[in-house]
Design a binder for this molecule. Structure first.
Ligand SMILES: [Mg+2]
Length: 207
């Protein structure tokens, strides 16, 4: 196995529109034909116009009647930023996903990305008879970030990542999928606008 050069550095990645090149909830909403509605809510949330918690609960409510298996299969096929995924696979021992998305929806996707389940921190769902019935716990990205006693490089795209990128030693705003909010650009230590720029920046922490 290839050893990372700097053992103390870890990378904390948001999932939606950071590792994936599409937002996951609107993507599964297409099963029900309500992707436009979900897209609008998601964008407003990522720009900071809607509070994450309320918006996430409302969005889960709209999608929870999709059978779990079907939702997980569709999510596992979401388009990814493949060069970034290759970086994560190469350095999987020091890469973690920190996402508000639900455990039961993203498990197969995390496997496809190539990370072990214990390298993914996410929200948890209440499930009855193969169906999501509610949200058990919404992940606190700042609390998870705080718990790592390492040199933390955090990467995200939305306003719900601001706490995480401020808490980490280095916070990177990634605008390769969506346009970053002004606040996100101000709070970040580094702004990367393309996937290539992001990977070059991440590699810089390994030298
Ligand atoms: Mg995101």
């Amino acid at each position: 196995m290839k050893e990372p050069i700097t053992l103390d550095t870890i990378f904390l990645f948001d999932l939606d529109s950071t590792i994936t090149s599409k937002e996951i909830l609107p993507y599964i909403a297409s099963i029900k034909g309500i992707e436009k509605e979900l897209e609008k809510m998601t964008e407003e949330t990522m720009k900071g116009h809607l509070p994450f918690r309320e918006s996430f609960l409302a969005r889960v409510d709209l999608l929870k009647d999709i059978p779990l298996e079907e939702a997980a299969d569709v999510i596992a096929s979401v388009p990814l930023n493949e060069k970034l995924v290759a970086f994560i696979r190469e350095h999987k021992d020091i890469c973690f996903i920190i996402t508000g998305n639900l455990d039961v929806w993203i498990g197969k996707l995390v496997e496809r990305i190539g990370l072990e389940p214990d390298h993914c921190f996410c929200s948890t769902a209440e499930v009855t008879d193969g169906q999501v019935t509610g949200v058990e716990k919404i992940l606190d990205k700042v609390a998870v970030t705080t718990n790592f006693e390492r040199y933390r490089v955090a990467i995200g795209d939305g306003n719900n990542d601001i706490g995480m990128i401020r808490t980490a030693e280095v916070g990177i705003a990634f605008g390769g999928v969506r346009e970053l909010s002004e606040r996100m650009k101000e709070e970040a230590d580094i702004v990367c606008l393309t996937e290539d720029e992001l990977i070059e920046t991440l590699n810089g922490f390994l030298i």
